[in-house]
Design a protein around this ligand. Structure first.
Ligand code: NAD
Ligand code: TYD
Length: 353
């Protein structure tokens, strides 16, 4: 094994795709998946690779300094790919507490430990922070976020991610810690927790329940298939310049209402429903407080410097995502009933919760 990589948040949506990608693509790396298994962490996402020789799951809280110190000492990571976070804007509006502690304090802990553990001998080391386009705030009808767009976060979630990004840059500047940040647009795909727009809508369609659309559905997001994000992370992990930031996006802007109409049409075709039956489930509800109007990423830097581009078109990605949820009813049911939370103990301790 020529490298040990600590991936935080590997049991979440994007993290599980990143863990799977690295475990399968790099048998010579040892992948440690560190995750607290909050409501968003689900080891069922990684069933297919959990027995691989180069994979290890460790349950832990990035906010717990002593626990993280022991982890660094025991596993001696050469690199950290940091995804662990509270990630849902609506939850951050209801209660920002965990967002501040995990996203800001937790990131600060990992940075401090990486600095102390690597002790200034940074050859071959990397701290790679996975961030979001939401740190840049909200766009009007024109323009896109570039790497040098000033930060202007508007929700407790985006403010906490902006805080984490600032800490990463401060550690790079002050201690010379080799660090890369990437800011990505909205991801979608298999294993996304059904509180986010696309899987929530699919779940509601499957159950014939209302699909809640905030405000008039005019807000715009730039959607990227999650495996395209995982490929970009692989590329930046290996070829990103320490000290640099890279934007990652889908070149794929959709108004929420148009996206949902497309999804409803695709679902009706697959489910053999009368045309228009899923669309009738769409229900306009009270807008999200402080709802950002539009996000759009200018991803020219990673495209020009490293040749990355999204490979999966939206039609294809949405169809794949829909098919995945339709054929993984059990995964969804476990998430909805909370059954998935028992998987860890069954799998690792062979006893009930
Ligand atoms: P997610 O909510 O699905 O997963 C987060 C994971 O972090 C979970 O497995 C959870 O158990 C773990 N976690 C939470 N608190 C922890 C703690 N204190 N200690 C250890 N583990 C903890 O999130 P996601 O959508 O997969 O996003 C992953 C990362 O990518 C986040 O940093 C997010 O800000 C960023 N991001 C997400 C998107 C998106 O569209 N989902 C877009 C751009 C960037
Ligand atoms: P979401 O998936 O929560 O991601 P983010 O807020 O990080 O972009 O929401 C995507 C868009 O969909 C956003 O404009 C809010 C909207 N939305 C709804 O209209 N209804 C919903 O039930 C949800 C969860 C989101």
């Amino acid at each position: 094994m020529n490298k040990t990589i600590l991936i935080s948040g590997g049991a979440g949506f994007i993290g599980s795709h990143v863990v799977r990608h690295f475990v399968k693509s790099y048998p010579e790396y040892r992948i440690i998946n560190l995750d607290l298994l909050t409501y968003a962490g689900n080891l069922e996402n990684l069933k297919d690779i959990e027995k691989e020789k180069n994979y290890l799951f460790v349950r832990g809280d990035i906010r717990n300094r002593e626990e993280m110190k022991r982890l660094f000492e025991e596993h001696r990571p050469d690199a950290v790919i940091h995804l662990a976070a509270e990630s849902h804007v609506d939850r951050s509006i209801s209660d920002p507490t965990e967002f501040i502690s995990t996203n800001v304090v937790g990131t600060g802990n990992l940075l401090t430990l990486a600095r102390d553990y690597w002790k200034g001998s940074y050859e071959g080391k990397l701290f790679y922070h996975i961030s979001t386009d939401e740190v840049f705030g909200s766009l009007g009808r024109e323009g896109k976020f570039r790497e040098d767009t000033p930060y202007d976060p508007k929700s407790p979630y985006s403010a906490s991610k902006a805080g984490a990004d600032h800490l990463v840059r401060a550690f790079a500047h002050t201690y010379g810690l080799p660090a890369v940040i990437s800011n990505c647009s909205n991801n979608y795909g298999p294993y996304q927790f059904p509180e986010k727009l696309i899987p929530l809508a699919i779940y509601r369609i499957m159950n014939g329940e209302e699909i809640p659309v905030y405000g008039k559905g005019e807000n715009i997001r730039d959607w990227l298939y999650v495996e395209d994000h995982a490929r970009a992370i692989d590329l930046l992990f290996h070829r990103g310049q320490p000290g640099e930031t890279y934007n990652i996006g889908g070149y794929n802007e959709w108004k929420n209402i148009d996206l949902l109409r497309l999804l409803c049409r695709l679902a009706d075709e697959r489910l053999g429903n009368d045309p228009g039956s899923s669309e009738r489930l769409i229900s306009f509800v009270k807008d999200r407080a402080g709802h950002d109007l539009r996000y759009a990423i200018d991803a020219e830097k990673i495209r020009k410097e490293l040749g990355w581009e999204p490979r999966v078109s939206f039609q294809e990605g949405l169809a794949k995502t829909l098919d995945w949820y339709l054929s993984h009813r059990e995964w969804l049911d476990h998430v909805i009933t909370g059954e998935y939370r028992q998987y860890y103990n069954r799998q690792y301790y062979d006893r009930p919760f």
